[in-house]
Design a protein around this ligand. Structure first.
Ligand code: FMN
Length: 207
């Protein structure tokens, strides 16, 4: 059974473009995986505490109380147990929300989600597919490619081994007309993504 972990981070529960796009994505994901399971983690409603010295010490010292690492352990286990990862993310002050950063600070963990030796950093979550839905007030110039939040999330996911990532940005939300146009464009892209993958799985279905 295919599983999807959905992580939402907008402080807006109603009227959020990233959440709206996330809902649409999930609708299509469910059509593609009718028996699939979805785990929802709303890190705005269930805030993740900021990293502390004790927690970081625990990352490197197995004798540190397991209570200190309990949340980090739980979030990492949740990541491992899902096939697909959907992150919906607004831009706040040129970056990702601090809630999402706090989440990443607990899941990027040596010997758990990546290793670092003489050959460099090697991510351990190598069999996952991620989708990043972002929303930002200012229009993103086409020529600039990925936005700063897409770049940051990509680097973090790459570090833990997630390389297969699709992006659905809804930019320019400061203008409602532009936001609706962008939502439609990105919905079309999500739709194409799922149609294509359904088609591919039909083509590759063993005879
Ligand atoms: C505290 C705060 C900071 C923001 N900073 C930026 C920013 O740096 N750049 C930008 O383009 N939009 C910025 N915005 C606008 C949001 O990115 C925009 O409203 C986006 O649609 C929010 O995502 P949501 O619709 O999913 O809630 C900011 C909004 C808030 C509330």
């Amino acid at each position: 059974m295919k599983t999807l972990l959905r992580i939402d981070s907008s402080l807006r529960i109603k009227g959020s473009y990233s959440r709206k796009m996330g809902d649409y994505f999930v609708e299509l994901w469910k059509i593609k995986h009718p028996n699939g399971k979805i785990i929802e983690r709303d890190i705005h409603l269930q805030m993740i505490p900021h990293l502390t010295q004790d927690t970081v010490n625990g990352f490197f010292d197995s004798t540190v109380s397991s209570k200190i690492l309990a949340l980090s352990d739980q979030l990492i286990e949740e990541l491992y147990s899902n096939d697909d990862l959907l992150i919906t993310c607004p831009m706040y002050n040129y970056g990702i929300p601090s809630s999402l950063k706090a989440y990443f600070d607990l899941i990027v963990r040596t010997e758990k989600t990546f290793t670092n030796d003489s050959n460099g950093i090697r991510g351990l979550l190598t069999d996952k597919k991620a989708y990043i839905i972002s929303a930002m007030g200012m229009p993103q110039p086409q020529a600039e490619g990925k936005s700063s939040i897409e770049i940051q999330i990509t680097r973090i996911l790459n570090q833990i081994g997630i390389l297969d990532i699709s992006y659905f940005p809804v930019d320019g939300t400061v203008s409602p007309e532009q936001a609706i146009k962008k939502l439609e464009q990105q919905r079309e892209r999500v739709c194409q993504h799922f149609n294509r993958s359904v088609l591919n799985s039909e083509i590759h279905r063993p005879t």
